[in-house]
Design a protein around this ligand. Structure first.
Ligand SMILES: [Zn+2]
Length: 342
């Protein structure tokens, strides 16, 4: 399997985040992608390709144009005020406030275009976002041309909605890839999100559509981030009714229960009959993940890949989360080698 990777992700570095009352170094850090890349090499998964550079038209097919246009302006505007460090919002237009007026200052715009403080900007963040987007689209092109591919995206994307960032995510790479595949002629695409966290952005983007089926296995939002989406009764709306399928699972979920949910998801996916599967590949379901509460073991990840392979469909893997940095390469690449039947 070919991997698509860009070194430009590394400019998104040195971020900070708020956790349990303390400012801590960001868990979503460059070593994640580097360790996965090293594992791709040591496991001889296949060639590692540089992404083709794209304009932003494919991003604007699923994201709001003003949101995409805002992203490259953030850090220049931040620096023009004499600031450094991480550009992070601190005010949001929540219930009772106006969400229909785009404000005029950078602090307010950051809040307007986000749902939390978890998507910090540093000097190299935009170039990393853009490279991650290019990686996803280049992977999608490989799949369209008839081979499975691994888009080693960083930063991840599945928390980013049509008009907002959050949860380490800015452009929704999996959603961009799915839409691009539709635009290239696919009639139906399924997005199978196996990251520990609910892919709220992906759900929001496709919630009223029948041409993209979205299946999500994740920590129960009653107790787990992103908290405000991901319940089992969210099944899509309008034409999309029935095409959004959530599997919220309790803290402590081990392979047996997780795999039962995966098996059910794969059955529903097969029944939908997509032309392509996009897998939002997070490995923060791992038992040693520092911010997650499931209990999958490294030996479980190849079994995930093997189950997805049995769908016998063109498949694009798009990297999402996973924060147990030492094991992230073993687990992520384990899914891919399992997919290949090794
Ligand atoms: Zn996650």
């Amino acid at each position: 399997m070919k991997t698509v990777y860009s070194p430009l992700h590394a400019g998104h570095a040195g971020t900070m985040e708020l956790m349990s009352g303390a400012i801590v170094p960001g868990f979503e850090k460059p070593s994640r992608a580097e360790i996965i890349k090293a594992r791709v090499e040591s496991e001889k998964l296949g060639p590692i390709l540089a992404p083709e550079v794209h304009d932003l038209a494919a991003a604007k097919r699923i994201h709001k144009a003003d949101y995409i246009d805002f992203l490259p302006t953030i850090y220049p505007e931040w620096e023009a005020l004499g600031r450094s460090g991480s550009a992070i919002p601190y005010t949001w237009p929540t219930r009772g406030l106006r969400g229909d007026v785009v404000p005029g200052t950078i602090d307010a715009k950051l809040g307007y275009y986000s749902f939390d403080a978890g998507a910090p900007f540093v000097k190299g963040t935009w170039e990393a976002i853009k490279s991650s987007y290019d990686v996803a689209l280049t992977g999608a092109k490989l799949v369209r041309n008839g081979e499975p591919a691994f888009a080693l995206c960083r930063p991840p994307g599945h928390h980013a909605g049509a008009g907002f960032m959050g949860g380490y995510c800015y452009i929704n790479n999996a959603a961009v890839a799915a839409q691009w595949l539709l635009d290239q002629g696919a009639k139906r695409v399924s997005i199978l999100d196996v990251d520990y966290h609910h892919g709220n952005g992906t759900q929001e983007i496709f919630y009223s559509r029948a041409d993209v089926q979205v299946l999500n296995l994740h920590g129960d939002p009653m107790v787990e981030y992103p908290y405000f989406l991901g319940h089992a009764d969210e099944r899509g709306e309008g034409a999309g009714e029935g095409f959004n399928i959530n599997y919220p699972l309790p803290f402590g979920t081990t392979w047996e229960a997780w795999n039962a949910a995966l098996d059910d998801a794969c059955a529903k996916l097969a029944a939908y009959g997509p032309d392509v599967v996009v897998v939002s590949l997070g490995v923060d379901t791992f038992e040693k993940d520092p911010i997650s509460q499931f209990k999958l073991k490294s030996s479980d990840y190849p079994r995930i890949g093997a189950r997805i392979a049995r769908l016998n469909l063109p498949t694009l893997f798009v990297m999402e989360g996973g924060y147990a940095v030492e094991e992230i390469g073993v687990n992520a690449v384990g899914v891919l080698t399992g997919f290949e039947g090794r």
